[in-house]
Design a protein around this ligand. Structure first.
Ligand code: ADP
Ligand code: MG
Length: 364
């Protein structure tokens, strides 16, 4: 089911009377049956927004609808309680009960609703099979690995067959390797279920790999919404470009805009970007170029007729799958990457080529 959020605001008052504007007017359409991620730095309002959707927090203004049902509206004085919203939720701390077995943990939401015993048994069994925990019904929940506990929490959220499932940083307590596995598994589960999933994280990699759509938030505002590749390659905002991955920003002024390209004049010389912009010549612009779009070459080669500069490698660190470092062009320092087999070393004079098709123009 689609979730529609309009004009949502929320102010918290701290005990000392200080006001925190956690949500500053959120308008968002979360499409049905997709994985939708809210990504943003800590404190930007992700959890607050999630808690408003599920009904654990009351917004100050605005409206929330799930499918055709308005579940909260200030103006129309509508408040549908959390247990009537058809939402399952998985929290950061899995909030599974350690003194209960896997079966009882998953059965709990159905027991509360007084679902007949036979049906509970059937649905718990099906759900545990779905999350690949069959056979572990009678284990105490604490006798499971972190990844398995996470799946118990998922099973418990799914057992009531919700129309919407919300996740609040569910993988942050897992170690890096397990987090990667669980991420893939979760994407498979959710895609198979075809359920509307809203996923909160501050981890850009998690957002990129897991989501169909990403909404990047900052200080109580949704800055930009897009598919992971759009957010990564063609962000509209510098904040988004910077948050989603390493990026160089070169400030300049638009020189000319032609068919399929924009030329920006910058302190190191003109840079050709392989895309058009709605900026006009003379306007300030920022060229965004990711380290992996910068090629370093030795010697005096002049490989292309645009975007070629001379620079010096000021640092280069081996990080396993590649080298990461910096190259200095006049006064400008750019973050760069090099292949582990590259002959280039720290201190080398190099030719630097910025791939025009990966130079992106931003309005600042
Ligand atoms: P995120 O989940 O993105 O880290 P939160 O939604 O938890 O952010 O918090 C947004 C802002 O609201 C933060 O500044 C936080 O300190 C504040 N906040 C959240 N909940 C409360 C609360 N119950 N009382 C006071 N301030 C709160
Ligand atoms: Mg949070």
């Amino acid at each position: 089911m689609e979730i529609r959020i309009e004009g949502l605001t929320k102010v918290f008052r701290s005990p000392s009377g200080e006001e925190v504007q956690a949500l500053k007017g959120i308008d968002l359409i979360i499409p049905a049956n997709r994985i939708f991620t809210l990504l943003g730095p800590s404190g930007c309002g992700k959890t607050t927004l999630l808690r408003c959707i599920v009904g654990l927090e009351t917004p100050d203004t605005g409206e929330i609808a799930i499918g055709d049902t308005v579940v909260w509206s200030k103006e129309r004085r509508i408040f549908v309680p959390p247990n009537k919203r058809g939402i399952g939720m998985v929290f950061q701390t899995y909030a599974i009960w350690p003194h209960m077995t896997v079966f009882d943990n998953v059965a709990y939401p159905l027991q509360v609703r007084r679902v007949p015993k036979e049906e509970i048994r059937r649905r718990v069994r099906e759900t545990l099979r779905f999350v690949k925990l069959e056979g572990l019904e009678n284990r105490p929940a604490t006798a499971l690995s972190g990844g398995q506990q996470q799946r118990v929490a998922l099973a418990r959220a799914l057992v009531s067959e919700p129309k919407v499932i919300l996740f609040d940083e569910p993988l942050s307590n897992l170690d890096a390797k397990l987090r990667e596995e669980t991420r893939k598994e979760l994407r498979r589960f959710l895609t198979e279920l075809g359920i509307t999933a809203v996923y909160v994280t501050h981890d850009r990699l998690e957002a990129l790999t897991l989501s169909d759509l990403v909404a990047v938030m900052r200080e109580g505002v949704v800055v930009e919404v897009g598919a992971p590749t759009d957010i990564y390659f063609k962000p509209k905002h510098r904040f988004v470009a910077d948050f989603i991955g390493k990026a160089n920003f070169i400030e300049g002024v638009v020189e000319s805009v032609g068919e399929g390209y924009t030329r920006v004049s910058t302190p190191i010389g003109p840079i050709t970007c392989g895309e058009e912009t709605d900026l006009s010549p003379g306007e300030e612009a920022v060229v965004c170029v990711r380290p992996e779009a910068i090629e370093l070459m030795k010697g005096d080669s002049q490989p292309r007729d645009v975007n070629v500069f001379r620079g010096e490698v000021s640092s280069l660190l081996f990080i396993g799958e590649s080298y990461e470092g910096e190259v200095r062009i006049d006064g400008l320092v750019l973050a760069v990457k090099a292949s582990p087999t590259s002959p280039i070393k720290e201190g080398d004079e190099v030719v630097v080529f910025l791939d025009p098709s990966r130079c992106h123009v931003l309005r600042e």
